[in-house]
Design a protein around this ligand. Structure first.
Ligand code: FPP
Length: 246
């Protein structure tokens, strides 16, 4: 049992996940890609529960990228339906478990019904403190930085920010949700070693873990495996090993 190797005192505070491999999972079974996304919804349920049980503080899920808008309309429509279905079916349990729902991304591009569901989920759960569940929807890392720069330039124009004083902390305050800390661990399922425009600013010192398991098969044991691997690493933040250990 991989859970025996887990150190419960060193659970990463923030785990982010690139949920990849739905299409390949389905294609390998002679099913439509949409079926892969449907099965992927079960993994979302399982991983949210697991993260909560393990004491993860924040779980960020890359549900839909800006690039995903270019997929066939039928696939985009199904992904939108699945987001709504998740909120409809799971919000009560999420709320009962004290989980706060947050979102990052260009939500204004979403169909109104999906956007409303997410806004309602955020509002209902805004006082919850047990865990945070962040959905990256209609999200792109570069777009987030551009959107931050636009708002920053506006504030500079009206004199709210002095460009001479600009530093990383000030810039980060303009990102979609500055209250969420940077991820400690980024998991990508489906075996590819790419960042795919996810949280580009926030992952500067995040530990990266690639799982060969495709998202529809990903369950608690795989999450635990990733965390055990993470716990075996030494995070040096540019320092030497000696400095970190002293
Ligand atoms: C990548 O697999 C996955 C997505 C583009 C969408 C992820 C969505 C879900 C798991 C379902 C709904 C999510 C929530 C949060 C309710 P892919 O299609 O790129 O797979 P491939 O690389 O094998 O083609």
């Amino acid at each position: 049992m991989v859970e025996r190797r887990l150190d419960p005192r060193a659970i990463p505070r923030h785990v982010a996940v690139i949920m990849d491999g739905n299409g390949r999972w389905a294609e390998a079974r002679g099913l439509s890609r949409i079926e892969g996304h449907r099965q992927g919804l079960d993994s979302v349920r399982a991983v949210v529960r697991a993260a909560h049980e393990l004491g993860v503080g924040t779980l960020t899920l890359y549900a839909f990228s800006l690039e995903n808008w270019n997929r066939p309309k039928s696939e985009v429509d199904e992904l939108m339906r699945l987001l709504e279905r998740y909120v409809d079916a799971e919000l009560a349990e999420v709320h009962r478990n004290g989980i706060r729902v947050r979102t990052i991304g260009r939500l204004d591009r979403l169909p109104a019904s999906v956007c409303e569901k997410l806004v309602q989920a955020r509002a209902l759960t805004c006082d919850n403190r047990e865990m945070q569940l962040v959905f990256a929807v209609s999200y792109g890392g570069r777009a987030e930085i551009v959107d931050a720069a636009k708002r920053l330039l506006h504030d500079a124009e009206v004199g709210k920010v002095d460009p001479e004083q600009l530093d990383e902390k000030t810039f980060a305050a303009y990102l979609y949700d500055p209250e969420v800390s940077d991820p400690d661990l980024l998991i990508r399922t489906g075996g590819e070693s790419r960042v795919s425009n996810f949280l580009l600013w926030q992952i500067a010192y995040t530990e990266f873990y690639v799982s060969a398991v495709r998202w529809p098969d990903f369950r608690k044991s795989h999450l635990v495996e990733a965390i055990v691997d993470y716990q075996g690493r030494e995070r040096r933040y540019g320092l030497t090993g000696l400095q970190v250990r002293s």
